[in-house]
Design a protein around this ligand. Structure first.
Ligand code: ATP
Ligand SMILES: Nc1ccn([C@@H]2O[C@H](COP(=O)(O)O)[C@@H](O)[C@H]2O)c(=O)n1
Ligand code: MG
Length: 217
């Protein structure tokens, strides 16, 4: 226990020194977070960390938390923040990159407040994929990736948790002017066109004065 606490402190210190740039990626189950993150990685050099994928790896690793994670996921419930944050911290410290897309996190107020308190990292912004429930259900039931939680009963529970616990987090960041909302009901390439606008470097507006070395106004 003492060793685990020390290891966790070391990770926290390393992360504080690294000061990574973080973008949170949120949206209902099946809204296309993973699909769009893969594209952002290719075009904009971020590293994609999916909280759900990290929890699935931990569940399957034979760790002491495995059974608890499995039960929570099958019920569509949110795993205690301590577990998820340790996995995210470790993944960020071990990775050479300094800019991360954190997909599916923070899922509730507890996730949000604990991440901020432990890591002292404030996201650059929150990318929010907004999509109606009927479309989410259609996508999840056609996904065929063998996920135990991709069944109609669990999807409905996950969507309820999204409305009750995750939307308030999005509202919290909206009030801080940090949410970039995307209509995720459109086809994949159209959604990515909207995503690109958000990630593309902003070109500074040229002042309307005469350029001294050329004839441009
Ligand atoms: N814009 C889109 N239009 C149609 N299908 C899509 C779109 N985006 C993603 N999909 C498909 O929907 C399914 C869910 O997408 P994805 O896995 O990216 O969602 P997610 O938000 O990561 O879901 P989860 O929260 O369950 O991990 C996949 O089969 C994907 O190919
Ligand atoms: N912050 C999180 C993220 C995910 N979970 C659990 O994992 C399930 C799947 O997540 P996806 O993002 O891959 O859909 C989710 O339903 C939760 O059970 C979590 O607890 N905390
Ligand atoms: Mg996903």
């Amino acid at each position: 226990m003492e060793t685990a606490a020390v290891a966790s402190k070391d990770v926290t210190v390393s992360l504080a020194e690294k000061k990574p740039k973080v973008v949170f990626v949120l949206g209902g189950p099946g809204s296309g977070k993973g699909t769009q993150c893969a594209k952002i990685v290719q075009h904009f050099g971020y590293t994609h960390l999916s909280a759900g994928d990290l929890l699935r790896e931990e569940r399957d690793s034979g760790s002491e938390n495995g059974t608890m994670i499995k039960n929570m996921m099958n019920e569509g419930k949110i795993v205690p923040s301590e577990v998820t944050i340790k996995l995210l911290q470790k993944a960020m410290v071990e990775n050479g990159n300094d800019k991360f897309l954190i997909d599916g996190f923070p899922r509730n107020e507890e996730n949000r407040a604990a991440f901020e308190a432990v890591t002292k990292i404030e996201p650059e912004f929150v990318l929010y994929f907004n999509c109606p429930e009927e479309e989410l259900e259609r996508r999840i039931l056609n996904r065929n990736q063998g996920r135990e939680d991709d069944n109609i009963e669990t999807v409905r529970k996950r969507f309820k948790v999204f409305l009750e616990s995750s939307l308030p987090v999005i509202e919290y960041y909206k009030a801080k002017g940090k949410v970039r909302e995307i209509d995720a009901a459109k086809p994949i390439e159209e959604v990515f066109e909207a995503v690109k606008v958000i990630f593309a470097p902003k070109v500074e507006k040229v002042k309307s004065s005469r350029c001294s070395s050329c004839a441009i106004l």
